[in-house]
Design a protein around this ligand. Sequence first.
Ligand code: SF4
Length: 324
Amino acid sequence: MHLNNKNLSKKILSWYDNNKRTLPWRISQNSKKKHYYRILSEFMLQQTQVKTVIPYFKNFVKKIPNLRALSTSKEKKVLKLWEGLGYYARARNLHKTSKILIKEYDGQIPKSFVLLKDLPGIGDYTANVLLALIYNQPRIALDGNVKRVLYRLFNTNVVDAINLFETKRNGDLAEAFMEFGALICKPKNPRCNECKIKKICSYYTSKKKIRLKKKTKIQSKSYDIFCYLKKNKRQIALTKNNDLGFLKKFNLPKIKEKSKRNKKWKFLCNYKNSISNKKLNINLYYKFSSKIPNEYNWYSMNKNNEFIPSFTKKIFRQISYLYQ
Ligand code: SF4
C-alpha cells in the first residue's frame, strides 16, 4: 500500500491530541517559560526515560525557575540538582549554554540550526527537536524511537528521504511521533491491534516485514576500586584526579582497570554497576588508614553538601557494611 504522508500526519496528530501524556515541560506555546522548559527537558531526556526525568525536572525548575537564574547559578548547585540522573556532562553543558543564551541571545533559543549546534551539548537531534517544538519548524528529530516508527510505517530501513510535513503543526507532529513510538509502536511488542494507523502501516500490512537492526551489545569491563577509610568515622578519601574518561573531574576513590591482586588492600566485595552506556564489573578493596596521598581529601559518607555521583554513592553503600 502506498503511504499518503498527509493522511499519515493527520492521523498521528489526531491520535496525539487524544492520547498525549501531561508532562511538566509541555506548556503553552505562548508561555514565557517555553524556551527554558524545552531546553532543560531536552537535555535531561538525552539517554534518559521520561518517567525518570519528571521528578528531576520538577525539582530543578522549583530551585532554578528560569534561564537567567540558571546562568547565574553555581555549577556545584546545578550538579547537585542533577545528582542521580547520570551523564553529568549534560548538566555542565546546559549550564554553559544558559550563560551564552543570556549573554548573546537575550535569553532566547536561536532560530538557526547552525547557531544552535554551536552551543555546548547540542547536536543534530537536540537542535532539530528544539526548532520544531519552539519555532514550529518542519523538522523531525530522528532518535531511535522515531526512526523505528518510520522504519515500520514505510517497511524500509531508509527514512532520510521521507517528507512528512504537510501540516501547520510541525512541532506537534515531531512530538507526536516521539509519543507514538513510546506508547504504541514500542520496540519489542508494537501494539498493532489498537494502533489507529495500522491500515496505512506497511509493516502491518506486508507479508515480508523488515527486520529492525539490533542494538549493539554493551561490553562489560572490570575495574578495581581501592578505598582509604578512617576507622571510626565513616569517612572515605576521594580524589578528582582520576583518568576514567566517563567520570573525569568527579570525586572518586582510586580506580584501576582490572589489576593484579594487591595484598596491601583487603577485598570487600564484587558488584555490577551500569553507568552511561557501560557495564562495569567492580572489585572493591579497602584499607583503614589515617594517612592519604596528597591529591585525596576526606569525605563523610553520611551526608554531603557537595555533589557526589551515584557511582560513588554506590561505593558508600557497600562500605557501610564495615561500620555496622
Ligand atoms: S501497526 Fe504496528 S508496526 Fe505499524 S505503526 Fe502501528 S504499532 Fe507500529
